[in-house]
Design a protein around this ligand. Structure first.
Ligand SMILES: O=P(O)(O)O[C@@H]1[C@@H](OP(=O)(O)O)[C@H](OP(=O)(O)O)[C@H](O)[C@H](OP(=O)(O)O)[C@H]1OP(=O)(O)O
Ligand SMILES: Nc1ncnc2c1ncn2[C@@H]1O[C@H](COP(=O)(O)OP(=O)(O)OP(=O)(O)O)[C@@H](O)[C@H]1O
Length: 510
C-alpha cells in the first residue's frame, strides 16, 4: 500500500518502522498525515490519505476490542485506529508517560515488521503505522464509543492521554466492488499442539490440549457461561473433517475465538450481539446456494469455503508441517469422532495461514515448565547485571539482530546466558502466535459454469494482534498453567464414553 499512500493535509503524525531510533522516527508533522508501507494493499483497502483535514470523532465508529486495545473504524475509508487500554486503577495513576506509550506502540510495529512478519510471511501481516492523534479528538472519541463497549471489557479504559494510536487497514472492509458486502471471519485459534512429554510434570498435558483444559477453568471462574467444544488441535490438523468439526463448534459457541463481519459490521461472535445459529444462517443464505439453500447446505458451504481458505497455500508441492508432531496433534477432550482421528493424517500445508502460525507456535519447544529454569537464569543474571538488559535486548529493540539471535539459538543448552535469553525470547514469540487472530476475507463473485450460476468467493487471510508479550508474562503463564491444570484434574470425571454427534457430521459429508 505504501507506494500509493500520499501526503494529505490532516492533523495526524505518523511514524513507520525502520532501524532509526524511535524518537527520531516519530515525525511530528502538525497538519499532515503521511504513511508508507510496501505491498500492494491499497488496491484492496483504499488509500488512507483521503483522511479529513481535521480528525472528527463523528467519522469513527466503535469496531471492537480485546484485552489490551480498542479499535475504531472510519465510516468511509477502509481504516481502523487501534488505541491502547489500561485498567481503570492504572489510568488514575497515569501508568506511562506519553513518550513511553509511543515507545510501546513503536515496539509493537517493530516487533510485527521485523520479527513476526518474517516468521509468518509478509503476505499475512499488516503492521500499520503509529499515529499521533489530537487529544481533544481522542477524548471525544472515548465518550462516543463508551456505550458501544461490552460491559465485561469496561474494567479497562481507553488511553486518552498520549494521543498514540496504530493506524491499520480495516481488514473487514476491503474496497472491492461486489454485489453482496464482503464476509470476514475472525478466528483466534489458540495453541494447536500438545507439549512434548519430556518437559511436563503432569501427564494430562500430553493428552488434553491447553484450550480444552482452560475451558473448565474459564467456566468455573465465570468468564464464560458455557463450555465451548472447539478444539484447536482439530482446526490445525489439516484434516478437512476435523477442521469442519472445529469450525462448527466455533460457530455454535464463539466465545472470543470467532467473529463474523458482514460489510464491516460484526454480526456474530461478539458477546453482546450473539445471533442464534439459525438466524446467522439466514444472514449467510444470500451468499450460498444462490440464496435458496437449506440451513444445512448453507452451513456446509460456508464451512467448506473457510476450510479452503485456511488450507490454501502458494507453495507448489507443499509437503506440510513436519511429521515430528505426530501424536501431539490429537486431544483426548475433543469430541471429534475417533474414526476421523484414525484416518491418515493429512498434513497441514506449511505455507497456509494455519501452517505458518503453527510453526511459530512450535518455537515453544520446552513448555512453560521446561522454560522456567532458563527464565530464572535470565532473571538472576539481570538481577546481578541490570545494565545487561539492554545488550541482551530483553525488551527490544525488536530489530533484525533480535530475530537472528532467536533463530540461531543452539539446539543444546551450553549453560550461557545467551542461550537462556534466546529460549525465553522464542517462548515469547510463540506466545504471540498462540494469541493472534486470523482474519479471513471472503469476497463474493459469481462464476458462470456450464450456463449455471454458482456462488464463489475470492479469499485472503491476514493475521492480527501480533504484539510482543512482556518478559514478566512468563511468570503469569506459569501461575496460569498451574491453575488451569489443577482445575482440570480436580473436576475430571474420568474417561467417559464418546458422545458423538457423528450423525450430525454424516449429514454434512465433506
Ligand atoms: O493466557 P491466555 O491463554 O488465557 O490468553 C489471554 C487471552 O485469553 P483467552 O484465553 O484467549 O480468552 C486474552 O484474551 P481475552 O481478554 O480473554 O479476550 C488476551 O489475549 C491475553 O493477552 P494480553 O495479555 O492482552 O496480551 C492472553 O494472555 P497471554 O497470551 O498473554 O497469555
Ligand atoms: N486491522 C483490523 N481490521 C479490522 N478489525 C480489526 C483490525 N484489528 C483489530 N480488529 C478488531 O478489533 C478487535 C480487537 O483487536 P485486537 O485483537 O488487536 O485487540 P487486543 O486487545 O490486542 O486483543 P487481545 O485480547 O488478544 O490482547 C479484533 O478482535 C478485531 O475484531
Amino acid at each position: 500500500m505504501g507506494a500509493e499512500w500520499a501526503e494529505h493535509p490532516g492533523s495526524l503524525a505518523v511514524s513507520g518502522s525502520s532501524a532509526a531510533p524511535a524518537a527520531a522516527r516519530r515525525q511530528t508533522l502538525p497538519g499532515y498525515f503521511s504513511a508508507g508501507r510496501p505491498g500492494g494493499f491499497s488496491a484492496v483497502y483504499g488509500s488512507v490519505m483521503d483522511l479529513v483535514d481535521k480528525m472528527d470523532e463523528n467519522e469513527w465508529n466503535y469496531h471492537g476490542e480485546g484485552n489490551k486495545s480498542l479499535v475504531v473504524s472510519h465510516v468511509q475509508m477502509s481504516r481502523v485506529l487501534r488505541l491502547l487500554k489500561y485498567s481503570s486503577e492504572d489510568a488514575e495513576n497515569a501508568p506511562q508517560t506519553t513518550e513511553e506509550t509511543f515507545r510501546q506502540m513503536e515496539n509493537i510495529v517493530d516487533f510485527s515488521n521485523n520479527v513476526m512478519s518474517p516468521l509468518l510471511g509478509d503476505k499475512f501481516v499488516h503492521s500499520g503505522e503509529v499515529v499521533k492523534l489530537p487529544l481533544e479528538f481522542v477524548r471525544q472519541l472515548s465518550i462516543k464509543v463508551q456505550h458501544h463497549r461490552p460491559a465485561w471489557r469496561c474494567d479497562k479504559v481507553m488511553d486518552i492521554y498520549s494521543g498514540a494510536a496504530l493506524c491499520l487497514p480495516n481488514l473487514t472492509t476491503p474496497s472491492i466492488p461486489t454485489h453482496n458486502p464482503p464476509l470476514c471471519v475472525e478466528i483466534k485459534p489458540k495453541c494447536g499442539f500438545l507439549p512434548s512429554p519430556e518437559h511436563v510434570s503432569k501427564d494430562i498435558k500430553t493428552k488434553v490440549c491447553r484450550h480444552c483444559m482452560h475451558q473448565r477453568y474459564k467456566v468455573a471462574s465465570g468468564k464464560w457461561k458455557r463450555k465451548s467444544l472447539y478444539c484447536p488441535l482439530d482446526l490445525f490438523s489439516g484434516n478437512r473433517q476435523r477442521m469442519y468439526f472445529a469450525i462448527k463448534h466455533l460457530i455454535e459457541e464463539p466465545q472470543n475465538n470467532f467473529k463474523i463481519f458482514k460489510g464491516g459490521k460484526c454480526i456474530h461472535g461478539d458477546r453482546d450481539e450473539m445471533l442464534s445459529v439459525s438466524s446467522l444462517l439466514q444472514k449467510l443464505r444470500p451468499y450460498f446456494s444462490c440464496g435458496n439453500g437449506r440451513n444445512k447446505t448453507v452451513l456446509h458451504d460456508f464451512i467448506q469455503v473457510l476450510v479452503d481458505s485456511l488450507l490454501s497455500s502458494d507453495e507448489e508441492g507443499d509437503e506440510g508441517v513436519e511429521r515430528r508432531l505426530e501424536g501431539r496433534m490429537v486431544c483426548e477432550a475433543s469430541l471429534c469422532s475417533t474414526e476421523f482421528l484414525r484416518t491418515d493424517p493429512q498434513p497441514l500445508p506449511r505455507d497456509s495461514v494455519l501452517g505458518r502460525i503453527l510453526q511459530v507456535q512450535l518455537l515453544d519447544s520446552l513448555d512453560i515448565e521446561g522454560l522456567l529454569p532458563l527464565y530464572r537464569r535470565v532473571e538472576q543474571y539481570l538481577h546481578h547485571f541490570p545494565k545487561e538488559r539492554s545488550r541482551l535486548q530483553i525488551d527490544g529493540p525488536y530489530d533484525k539482530a533480535f530475530l537472528e539471535k532467536l533463530q540461531k539459538c543452539p539446539a543444546e543448552d551450553d549453560g550461557s546466558i545467551e542461550y537462556a535469553v534466546a529460549k525465553v525470547q522464542q517462548y515469547r514469540v510463540a506466545m504471540t502466535a498462540k494469541d493472534c487472530s486470523i482474519m479471513v476475507t471472503l469476497v463474493p463473485r459469481r462464476d458462470e459454469e456450464d450456463g449455471s450460476e454458482r456462488a464463489a468467493f475470492s479469499f485472503s487471510a491476514s493475521i492480527l494482534d501480533l504484539d510482543p508479550k512482556p518478559q514478566d508474562g512468563v511468570r503469569r503463564q506459569q501461575r496460569l498453567d498451574h491453575r488451569v491444570v489443577s482445575a482440570y484434574l480436580r473436576d475430571d470425571p474420568g474417561p467417559s464414553p464418546p458422545l458423538y454427534p457423528e450423525c450430525t457430521l454424516l449429514i454434512h459429508p465433506v
